[in-house]
Every structure is written in structure tokens, then in C-alpha cells.
Design a protein around this ligand. Structure first.
Ligand SMILES: *Cc1c(COP(=O)(O)O)cnc(C)c1O
Length: 241
């Protein structure tokens, strides 16, 4: 039943990726960095494996992200073998940690101390160390998970003591903003927190990655210091739920 998609039909993915990479490069330069300092993660939720494979093979995508454990695992089997990384970017329940740890290169959505603890325990049982980002609920929204800035400060020391996780940075999704100035404030705020923590030099906590920016706001995010943008619909088209 599923009609095979010809590469002609997929060319838009290549065009979108090319344009987005140029825009990211420009924004990186505007913020005093080099284009190679900002990474593009293609968000592949709801996207068929064939399109993901095209993005990896033909568009130079080397980092993909899924927000659901089950979808990530079932799609992984249908992806080409290749040199690309997989990140989990959506909320993770503690009872699914066992399934995901060995299937991804990073968990960006660590939103509680208990989850960090569980990831460390499972990683220890597999003799691995798992790269994670701490998710910050920068707008203190009820609808989003993540640490508030205060909680982050209170808990960083405890998180730094977990042996089998490696904290690589922060991730955030700002609230939907009507005004660009308001949006920029959230991004600026995140950048400030990122730099502050970096300056404190906690053992076992490195602040290399600041993951922020999606299809609607990646240019603002990069201008304000993001070095990893997570882009779905602007690459693959609108998701049909
Ligand atoms: C879906 C999703 C994105 C990408 O959203 P787009 O607006 O399609 O670019 C980024 N980050 C997270 C955590 C997501 O769930």
C-alpha cells in the first residue's frame, strides 16, 4: 500500500536542509562564532524511515532526535547503517530507561534528579556512561517538565555525584511568545545560566552543549548562543498527527 517515494519527491528535504544550514551559519557568525560551532539535529518524530534515511544519506544529516522511546526503538531497525547519532529529546519515564540507554548517544530531556539517578543505575549495570542534558523549564510552564533554575542550582551537586552519567549541557523549550523581544529574553536567560554553571566548574558536569531553537525560532536561538538546534517541520514538512 505504501507507495515508494522517489528521490524527486524528497528533494525538498535537501533544499530545506541546505537553506537552514546556511541560515544557522549566518546566525553563528553574527554571534561571533564559526558556522561549525552550531550543530543541527533533525527531529524525526512522525517522519517515515525512508525520509530519515534520505536526510542522512543525501543531506549530510548526522544527528537525529526522537521524542518517544517506542517510536525511536521501532524506527531504529529501519534506518540505514551510517555514521549518525541518535538523541532522545522527549520526556522519559523511569520505567523506560532500561530500553533506551543502549539505543541512543544522548538523552537531552533529563528533567529530574530521580531520572538522572535511574539513568546512572541502568548505565552502571551495562558498564557504560550515558551522556545527558538537563532540561530547564525556562518559562516555568505547568505544561512542560524540566528543572526550574532554582531547582537546577539546588540539585546540580547531587547530580554531579552520579557515576554513570555525564552531564554535557542544557536543553530548553521556551514558551510560545508573541513578541520576538520576549522570546529573545528566554534564550538570553538560558545562555546566562549555561555560562554561569560553566564558570562554577563542577566536577563531572561540563557545559558544552546548549540545545535550544526549533523550526520557528532557531535563528533567534543561535544569535543568543545556542550551539545545537532541534529542527523537525522546517526540514521534513508539517507533521500530520
Ligand atoms: C518536535 C520537537 C522539536 C522540533 O519541532 P519543530 O517545530 O518541528 O522544529 C524540537 N524539540 C523537541 C523537544 C520536540 O519535541
Amino acid at each position: 500500500m505504501t507507495e515508494s517515494l522517489s528521490n524527486d519527491n524528497l528533494e525538498y528535504i535537501s533544499e530545506n536542509t541546505k537553506r537552514i544550514k546556511e541560515e544557522i551559519a549566518e546566525a553563528a557568525v553574527r554571534s561571533g562564532r564559526s558556522p561549525k560551532d552550531v550543530k543541527l539535529l533533525a527531529v524525526t518524530k512522525m517522519v517515515e524511515p525512508q525520509k530519515i534515511n534520505y536526510a542522512i544519506e543525501k543531506c549530510g544529516i548526522d544527528l537525529i532526535g526522537e521524542n518517544k522511546v517506542q517510536e525511536l526503538l521501532s524506527k531504529s531497525e529501519q534506518l540505514i547503517e551510517g555514521n549518525f547519532e541518535k538523541h532522545l529529546i522527549g520526556h522519559l519515564q523511569r520505567n523506560k530507561v532500561k530500553k533506551i540507554v543502549s539505543a541512543v548517544n544522548m538523552i537531552q530531556s533529563v528533567d529530574s534528579v530521580r531520572l538522572a539517578d535511574e539513568i546512572s543505575r541502568v548505565s552502571a549495570s551495562l558498564s557504560v556512561s550515558t551522556n545527558i542534558l538537563l532540561q530547564i523549564n525556562i518559562g516555568k510552564e505547568q505544561s512542560k517538565t524540566g528543572f526550574s533554575v532554582e531547582e537546577l542550582e539546588e540539585n546540580l551537586h547531587e547530580i554531579s555525584l552520579f557515576d554513570n552519567i555525564s552531564v554535557k549541557g542544557l536543553m530548553a523549550i521556551p514558551p510560545i511568545c508573541e513578541k520576538e523581544t520576549e522570546l529573545n529574553k528566554y534564550f538570553e536567560n538560558m545562555y546566562r545560566i549555561f555560562v554561569d554553571i560553566k564558570a562554577k566548574k563542577y566536577d563531572n558536569i561540563c557545559m558544552d552543549i546548549l540545545s535550544m531553537g526549533m523550526s520557528g525560532d532557531y535563528i533567534n536561538a543561535v544569535i543568543n548562543g545556542s550551539n545545537l538546534v532541534r529542527i523537525g517541520s522546517a526540514i521534513f514538512g508539517a507533521r500530520i498527527y
